[in-house]
Write a protein that binds this ligand. Sequence first.
Ligand code: 8DG
Ligand code: MG
Length: 133
Amino acid sequence: MTKKQIQVAAGIIRNEFGQIYLTQRLEGQDFAQSLEFPGGKIETDETPEQALKRELEEEIGIVTLSALPYDHFHFEYPTKTIEFFFYLVEEWIGEPFGREGQEGFWIHQSELEEGQFPPANANIVNRLKHEIY
Ligand SMILES: Nc1nc2c([nH]c(=O)n2[C@H]2C[C@H](O)[C@@H](COP(=O)(O)OP(=O)(O)OP(=O)(O)O)O2)c(=O)[nH]1
Ligand SMILES: [Mg+2]
């Protein structure tokens, strides 16, 4: 059987202090309790950027004003392959909050820890952590 392939768009929401808004995945989801960059699956007929904007509105209640491509890669999980589109979001309207009941936190990018995220995030977390802000 061929592995399931999905595409995911997620946002690195960074404020002027170099803090990033992260949410905690809910019980019952895969990688429950892991931290994540808010986002989700790209639907048919959506561009990655359209999906990003929709997901950020649905999950954390913000309107995205700018999204810069930050990373694009494929990651093989045991049961699925995910194509990720990560964007850096530094301009938005609203105050992010866990609109689906999930916890949200602002964490300075130098304090991110890859062990708190799903395995696919290791490189991106390392890159952010070692970037000077
Ligand atoms: N949003 C997000 N998903 C991530 C990250 N790292 C990572 O491995 N993933 C995985 C977890 C999921 O298998 C998949 C994202 O799907 P999702 O569960 O957020 O999808 P969704 O928001 O559309 O939710 P649903 O409607 O399918 O429940 O990507 C990340 O940093 N952010
Ligand atoms: Mg999601």
